[in-house]
Design a binder for this molecule. Structure first.
Ligand code: GL9
Length: 820
């Protein structure tokens, strides 16, 4: 264990006293009456006391040195449990484990008491959390700005195979021990009202916003503890304390979010996270959340700037603001408004600052995910901002006219304002026009952003479009979640790799080493057992750890094609029962996924997988060769058990649609072999691990586009491929829903008569072939061992430390500051 960082100051006796003090004074329990949860809370509070001190000290030193920093604005930070991870970063894991043992407690059990803060939907929110971890680990000055939702992503259970959502009160009754409220940082945020013209003392005619109402923002800080150093950065989450305007509930009739609000006046703006994945719902309250988040964050950035003694003119020199997707785009007109209306800068001076402060990350090409807000909604809620957006667009259109004189088609295409029945504001266009850097999240995705999404912007603003391939933090996604592999790796290459993941390549030379192979496979087996025990305890399903654990864990979405996986399972079921010569190594198909509450087909797919699971898990004719497990309530802490146990990683999106993926990286790092399409970061994973150590199948991006253009005919595949036909037709029987045929036919219907929008049928045959290859290669354990070891060894590139260095060098231009 590390000896730098906070370790030196640790005093076991003092720490135990602090835990006991918090148990009594903060949680009103005696050591005799305390249950495991109270002890966890007290330990968390005692640790938070240490990290809060470091947070304040970091804040102080950075302000004194007045260094450039990045502000990461995101509506989502899917941080997962903090206690275990912060212990690792603080270098206190063993010490605290020993201390709590003296109190008669077991640290591993205590850590299980922590509820996951689920303040995000999936990859985009988890990426923000990994990035904060890597910023702190490398001491690049940063503040994360998000929202303090009362309810995080809904918790999921199954009733009769159907998804049921329940609110997620992640803070519990006692509050979350790691957070600290900062009343002195409170903000007041205006809404609605009108814009008035007035003449100032100098005789200038000015515009200003007169809001009709205000709400209060309260800051909560969570500590982002730097790995093996003394820096602790704030993740600052804004809570709205005032009730939302009561007529808002109207806009949310009958839906999941509406239900969380209950009585009209009960809800405040930050009550609940919107549970959508790659889908824009356009709800009024969501815009209000976005503006509330931006207004509080921009005001806080300016507060820090002025508190350090700086002038407004120097803002772009000292601050960069990264917009995580278009969700915080309204920060741009908000800063312009403050610069012009409050600091009295002229348009050009204000634009010179603003356009050098903001940078934007695009996370998706899916058209249904690109945010557009109706002009009338923005004009109503934020009238001054709408004026500013019009002015930005007006000036931009002049630029377009200069470049392409008289070309109205290009103007219509690029305009921030989309004309139509109801005029809409295109937030992505606003971002590209108003930022100094735009990036995609994997090489392929960034190319497609340039080629297909913003080709003319690339001509207009050469050099503005970048790539930064995503990454994951090796602290959580290897060192913390996989202690067995960590120990083995430490023994072979030393202990520096969690901060220098490229060093994993030092394992490659052991890939053929029989002894090492055996130990590596033994670790995998232990991890499979740990997960199998979890499944036995929580779901009552028995798993054989000799089977191939084949894992697809991610949000449920048609483009991610969980239904392609399902069709393959149905094909195996069919062959086991109908092909006397068919043989396969035992397989466990493991799914975990939440569906957006309003996404009917996604819920149908969950139901179908659950029904198929019920049948195959109990069908003696299959000889235990086929098991299907749909683990409920997918969340970060579950991923931490599933990923180390995976043999196969399913990354099977339609090519061109998964911007990057990050689960693919975590799984490869933990030694799962990828079966995947040439999509997102799969392309770069293949580059790193080599074509022999990954199973690539399916249409390429341009083949997908061509096939769509020419008109994809699902029935052509259906008639030509008898295995596909048999698999699809099973969905029309009552094989899995005894007595109720047709309960699963919506999926078949969508694929055949719905036109198969994600080309599932086009990739089916190649997918089946790739799985046959996996089956054959797994049976040869030496081959498999070599491949799985090489996956761990060769994915060092996908550390989020490298992603952050890419941002720092190419976009943010920060210098690391070591806190003393
Ligand atoms: C996503 C992309 O779909 C992923 O491919 C990408 O890895 C992540 C992070 O860049 O961003 N965009 C997006 O809206 N989501 C992503 O995961 N969805 C959720 O976060 C639920």
């Amino acid at each position: 264990m590390t000896t730098r960082g906070q370790t030196q100051q640790f005093d076991k006796a003092l720490f135990k006293a602090s835990v006991e003090k918090h148990l009594v004074t903060t949680y009103a329990k005696t050591p005799e009456t305390a249950d495991s949860r109270s002890w966890y809370l007290a330990v968390g509070k005692a640790l938070a006391e240490i990290s809060t001190g470091s947070l304040l000290e970091t804040e102080k030193q950075l302000a004194e040195q007045n260094v450039r920093s990045v502000n990461y604005l995101s509506l989502e930070f899917l941080i997962g449990r903090l206690t275990g991870n912060n212990l690792i970063s603080m270098g206190l894991y063993e010490e605290v484990s020993a201390a709590v043992e003296e109190l008669g407690l077991n640290l591993t059990d205590l850590l299980e008491e922590e509820r996951d803060p689920a303040l995000g939907n999936g990859g985009l929110g988890r990426l923000a959390a990994c990035f904060m971890d890597s910023l702190a680990a490398q001491e690049y000055p940063a503040v994360g700005y998000g929202l303090h939702y009362e309810y995080g992503l809904f918790s999921q259970s199954f009733e009769g195979g159907h998804q049921v959502e329940a609110p997620d009160a992640w803070r519990g009754i006692e509050g979350y021990p790691w957070e600290v409220v900062r009343p002195e940082l409170g903000q007041t945020v205006g809404l609605f009202g009108s814009v008035e013209t007035y003449t100032d003392k100098a005789g200038t005619i000015c515009r200003r916003w007169v809001p009709a109402m205000t709400v209060e923002g309260v800051a909560w800080d969570l500590p982002i503890v730097g790995y093996d150093n003394k820096s602790v950065y704030p993740l600052r989450l804004w809570e709205c304390r005032s009730p939302a305007p009561f007529n808002l509930a109207r806009f949310n009739d009958g839906d999941y979010v509406g239900a969380q609000y209950g009585q009209l006046e009960a809800g405040n703006v930050t009550k609940v996270l919107y549970p959508n994945d790659n889908h824009d719902q356009g709800k009024t309250l969501r815009l209000m959340q976005q503006y509330f988040h931006c207004a509080c964050s921009i005001a806080d950035i300016l507060r820090r700037h002025f508190a350090a003694g700086n002038k407004i003119e120097d803002l772009a020199k000292l601050e960069s603001i990264q917009l995580n997707d278009t969700h915080p785009t309204i920060a741009i007109p908000e800063l312009m408004r403050i610069l012009i209306d409050e600091h009295k800068l002229g348009w050009d001076a204000a634009w010179a600052i603003s356009s050098k402060v903001f940078a934007y990350t695009n996370h998706t090409l899916l058209p249904e995910a690109l945010e557009r807000w109706s002009e009338s909604l923005i004009a109503d809620m934020l009238p001054r901002h709408m004026e500013i957006i019009f002015e930005i667009n007006h000036r931009f259109m002049t630029l377009v006219e200069e470049k392409w004189p008289g070309n109205n088609e290009i103007k219509r295409k690029l305009s921030i304002i989309e004309e139509g029945q109801q005029r809409m504001v295109r937030m992505a266009n606003l971002c590209v026009v108003s930022t100094y850097a735009v990036n995609g999240v994997a090489a392929l995705h960034s190319e497609l952003v340039k080629r297909d999404l913003f080709p003319e912007f690339n001509e207009l603003f050469p050099g503005r479009l970048h790539n930064v391939t995503n990454g994951v933090t090796p602290r959580r996604w290897l060192k913390f979640c996989n202690p067995g592999l960590t120990e083995l790796v430490n023994e072979k290459i030393g202990t520096e790799w969690p901060a220098k993941l490229d060093q994993l390549s030092g394992l490659a030379k052991f890939a053929e080493d029989k002894k090492f192979q055996k130990r590596y496979l033994a670790v995998k087996k232990d991890n499979k057992q740990r997960f199998a025990d979890w499944v036995q305890d929580n779901m009552g399903i028995e798993l054989d750890t000799n089977a191939i654990f084949d894992v697809q864990i991610k949000r449920l979405h048609e483009y991610k094609r969980q239904h392609l996986n399902l069709l393959h399972i149905l094909s195996l079921y069919h062959r086991l029962l109908n092909e006397p010569t068919f043989d396969m190594h035992p397989r466990v198909f493991i799914f975990a996924a939440k569906a957006a509450p309003g996404y009917a087909l996604a819920k149908d797919i969950i139901f179908a997988i659950n029904k198929v699971a019920d049948k195959v898990n109990n069908d003696p004719r299959l000889g235990g060769k086929l098991k299907v497990v749909f683990v409920p309530d997918y969340r970060v802490s579950l991923a931490e058990i599933i990923i180390p146990a995976a043999d196969v990683s399913e990354q099977i999106s339609t090519a061109g649609l998964e911007a990057s993926g990050t689960g693919n990286m975590k799984l490869a790092l933990n030694g799962a072999l990828t079966i995947g399409t040439m999509d997102g970061a799969n392309v770069e994973i293949r580059e790193e691990v080599g074509d022999e150590n990954i199973f690539i199948f399916g249409l390429l991006v341009d083949e997908v586009l061509k096939q769509k253009e020419e008109g994809h005919d699902p029935y052509r595949y259906y008639h030509a491929d008898s295995l596909l036909r048999a698999s699809l037709d099973l969905l029309n029987t009552d094989e899995f829903t005894p007595g109720n045929p047709g309960q699963l036919s919506a999926i078949r219907q969508n694929l055949l008569d719905g036109g198969d929008p994600y080309l599932v049928l086009a990739d089916f045959a190649d997918y089946v072939k790739a799985h046959e290859k996996i089956d054959a290669e797994y049976r040869d354990q030496a081959t498999w061992a070599r491949k799985t070891i090489l996956n761990t060894a060769l994915v060092g590139k996908f550390s989020s430390d490298r992603s952050i260095r890419d941002y720092v060098n190419n976009i943010w231009k920060l210098k690391a500051v070591s806190v003393k």
